[in-house]
Design a protein around this ligand. Structure first.
Ligand code: FES
Length: 75
C-alpha cells in the first residue's frame, strides 16, 4: 500500500483524487475542502463523497442516484 493508494484511509493519504464513474457521479477521495458557489464550506460527512454531475440530484452537490433513473450517460 502506497501513500497515494485510493484504498488507504483519507487521513493517511497524501493526495486527493477525483474519479468519474461511468454514467454516474464524481467520487472525491482524500483531504479536500468542498465549498458552495459562494465559497462557503459544504459539510462533508464521509471520507469519500459522490458529487452529482448529471444535474438532477435533489441533494446537490451530492449524488442521490437519480442519474440512473434519468439515463444519464457520460464516459
Ligand atoms: S450523478 Fe448521481 S444524481 Fe447526478
Amino acid at each position: 500500500m502506497t501513500a497515494d493508494d485510493p484504498t488507504r484511509p483519507p487521513t493517511r493519504r497524501r493526495t486527493a483524487s477525483v474519479t468519474a464513474c461511468p454514467d454516474g457521479p464524481l467520487l472525491v477521495r482524500g483531504d479536500v475542502e468542498l465549498v458552495d458557489d459562494r465559497g462557503n464550506p459544504v459539510d462533508r460527512h464521509r471520507a469519500t463523497v459522490a458529487l452529482c454531475r448529471c444535474g438532477s440530484s435533489a441533494i446537490k452537490p451530492y449524488c442521490d442516484g437519480t442519474h440512473k433513473a434519468i439515463g444519464f450517460e457520460a464516459p
